[in-house]
Design a protein around this ligand. Structure first.
Ligand SMILES: O=P(O)(O)OC[C@H]1O[C@](O)(COP(=O)(O)O)[C@@H](O)[C@@H]1O
Ligand SMILES: [Mg+2]
Ligand SMILES: [Mg+2]
Length: 324
């Protein structure tokens, strides 16, 4: 049995990043505990308020955000943080060298139905002269990430992590309150017969995406020549975890519902960290037009279209967009 901290000390020579990941897990264990208690902890339901993006916040969105914020602010190497639930970035320690961006609770529409949710995080090196209270400090492309990961709150609580040298997963052992190493050097299979997309948005997609999904649905009788299964959990953490476990393709593509938004998912809190994990595991992550991690961010809450997972399937999806 290898504990998270022991693993990190041996695997990652950046002690500041080790401190941040280890420290962040204190908040994640607290979130896991509250989720586990459910209605007994009085944490279910709506917070009766909206976040900066006009989305209804759940009580647990707010609680998780506060827990992670407090936890990160107490870590000396954290210079600043940005959250999906905070309008503006928050400066922490002036002498800190790193910025942490996070989605405190991903898939939060699932909380009240007791289905898997998660926390997603991304760590960037701060420029020495940057002001962590301003957005500009955080606007680095995904390729600049030094670490990324998620905590999945499901039947068991898992941490899945990369510091740029492979993907590793850890299970929270509630008996000792520690994450222990579960899987090493996770690899995503190159091919798949499973896709995940919210089909109810079909009429809003680009014609290229409509064609690709229509071909998927034709199975062995269509041009792709194989039968596909479909899953949709409405929790990106759970979808990506499934793909890291048994392959697949996950898509939240561009749609025309709101022309101001090139997708539903957030580049800095969802697209970039998940792309780093997927690429580190040998998969691919694209907007359908370019690598997600090369997108130059213009705002911390920027949206992005997402096509990621098994490399051959992502290449097939991209080929529809190139052709036309
Ligand atoms: O409501 P939809 O269209 O099914 O969207 C589900 C997607 O939205 C998200 O829940 C967005 O995340 P948040 O819960 O953090 O807003 C993703 O996890 C998921 O993939
Ligand atoms: Mg999310
Ligand atoms: Mg969220």
């Amino acid at each position: 049995m290898q504990r998270l901290r022991t693993f990190l000390d041996g695997h990652c020579d950046n002690t500041a990043v080790v401190e941040i990941i280890d420290g962040l897990m204190v908040a994640c264990k607290d979130i896991a505990y509250r989720l586990h208690l459910g209605s007994l902890a009085g944490v279910l339901g709506s917070a009766e308020q909206e976040n900066v993006q006009g989305e209804c916040q759940k009580k647990l969105d707010v609680i998780s955000n506060d827990l992670i914020k407090d936890c990160l602010a107490a870590i000396p190497s954290v210079k600043g943080l940005a959250s999906e639930e905070e309008e503006l970035p928050v400066a922490c320690n002036a002498s800190g060298e790193y910025l942490v961006l996070f989605d405190p609770l991903d898939g939060s529409s699932n909380i009240d139905v007791n289905v898997t949710v998660g926390t997603i995080f991304s760590i960037l090196k701060a420029a020495a002269d940057s002001d962590a209270a301003t957005e500009a400090a955080y606007l680095q492309s995904g390729k600049q990430q030094v670490a990324a990961g998620y905590v999945l709150y499901g039947p068991s609580t898992l941490l899945v992590l990369t510091t740029g040298d492979g993907v590793f997963s850890f299970t929270l052992d509630p008996r000792i309150g520690e994450f222990v190493l579960e899987r090493q050097n996770i690899r995503i299979s190159e091919t798949t017969q499973e896709f995940a997309i919210n089909m109810s948005n079909q009429r809003f997609w680009l014609p290229e995406m409509q064609q690709y999904v229509s071909d998927l649905l034709q199975g062995e009788e269509g041009p792709l020549g194989k039968r596909y299964n479909m899953r949709w959990i409405a929790s990106m953490v759970a979808e990506i975890h499934r793909i890291l476990t048994r392959g697949g393709i996950f898509m939240y593509p561009y749609d025309s519902r709101d022309p101001g938004k090139p997708g539903k998912l957030r580049l800095m809190y969802e697209g970039n960290p998940m792309s780093m994990l997927v690429e580190q595991a040998g998969g691919m992550a694209s907007t359908a037009f370019e690598n997600i991690m090369t997108v130059k961010p213009e705002g911390i809450h920027q949206r992005v279209s997402v096509v990621m997972g098994s490399s051959q399937e992502v290449e097939t999806a991209i080929s529809y967009h190139v052709k036309n």
